[in-house]
Design a protein around this ligand. Structure first.
Ligand SMILES: C[S@@+](CC[C@H](N)C(=O)[O-])C[C@H]1O[C@@H](n2cnc3c(N)ncnc32)[C@H](O)[C@@H]1O
Length: 240
């Protein structure tokens, strides 16, 4: 994740320069059981290079819609959502190997059938998804890249918001959360220039209250313990 990622030698990048992953791929060495899951389960769950025009076809059991979570980290939110709504298909995207290892272990242990995975950068994935194929895109606590010279590495850019708007069906939602005020402002400024994603807030409680069905991740718990105040931004894909 971002703290330490700079020291790990992530390459500097300009906003909109293509790929959007600059964090660490790996922290701890995988245990043998985890490595086995990477070799056996992950290939079965990884999205095909050419996703189908109707993303619901990715799931063996019928699902009524498909949602994407970008950078699920430890997977707490994605797993809870998939368990709560077995009739929804979820695509979970996470390039950090140890986060993916946790996800694979939970899917294997619980036999969860409504999650497909993308173990890499979400930016090229978004470009490959069919237009209007998703009902929701979640981006919670993206790596903050707080230093001025690092900000261009942030996942949110005009290009990624445009790709999210393209991938969402009209009426679908893009949900964002961050504990870094500067990143919230950065995102709102770019949302203002993306007319297809309309911020729904009408009063402060709309961005200070967690999103519907919210599950606190370890990352958020740490942010709260450190005294930081999260903001929750909900936008709706317009029909235009
Ligand atoms: C600060 S963590 C937050 C994790 C989780 N969303 C949460 O709220 O607990 C940010 C996560 O985004 C992932 N990430 C960073 N860049 C990404 C990219 N381009 N595509 C997908 N995931 C990315 C990181 O690997 C990391 O796990």
């Amino acid at each position: 994740m971002a703290e330490g990622a700079d020291e790990a030698g992530a390459a500097p990048a300009r906003e909109g320069s293509g790929g959007a992953f600059f964090g660490r791929r790996k922290a701890k060495k995988l245990r043998p059981g985890q490595a086995d899951l990477f070799a056996t389960l992950l290939p079965r769950l990884t999205l095909p290079a050419e996703p189908p025009p109707d993303l619901r076809a990715l799931f063996a059991a019928p699902v009524r819609e498909v949602r994407l979570e970008i950078g699920f980290g430890g997977g707490e939110h994605l797993l809870a959502a998939a368990r709560a709504e077995p009739d929804v298909g979820f695509i979970g995207c996470e390039p950090f190997v140890n986060g993916m290892a946790k996800m694979l272990a939970a899917i294997g242990r619980e036999g969860i059938a409504n999650i497909r995975l993308w173990p890499d950068d979400a930016a090229p994935l978004l470009d490959r998804l069919p237009a209007a194929g998703l009902a929701r895109v979640d981006l919670f606590y993206p790596d903050p890249w707080p230093k001025r010279r690092q900000r261009k590495r942030r996942f949110v850019s005009a290009e990624t918001l445009s790709a999210i708007a393209r991938a969402l069906a009209a009426g679908g939602t893009f949900r964002f959360a961050s504990d870094i005020d500067d990143y919230v402002g950065w995102t709102l400024a770019r949302l203002e220039r993306e007319p297809r994603l309309a911020w729904t807030a009408t009063r402060a409680a709309d961005w200070t209250s967690p999103h519907e069905g919210w599950v606190r991740t370890r990352y958020e718990a740490k942010a709260l313990a450190a005294g930081r105040v999260p903001s929750y931004i909900l936008t709706v894909r317009t029909a235009g």
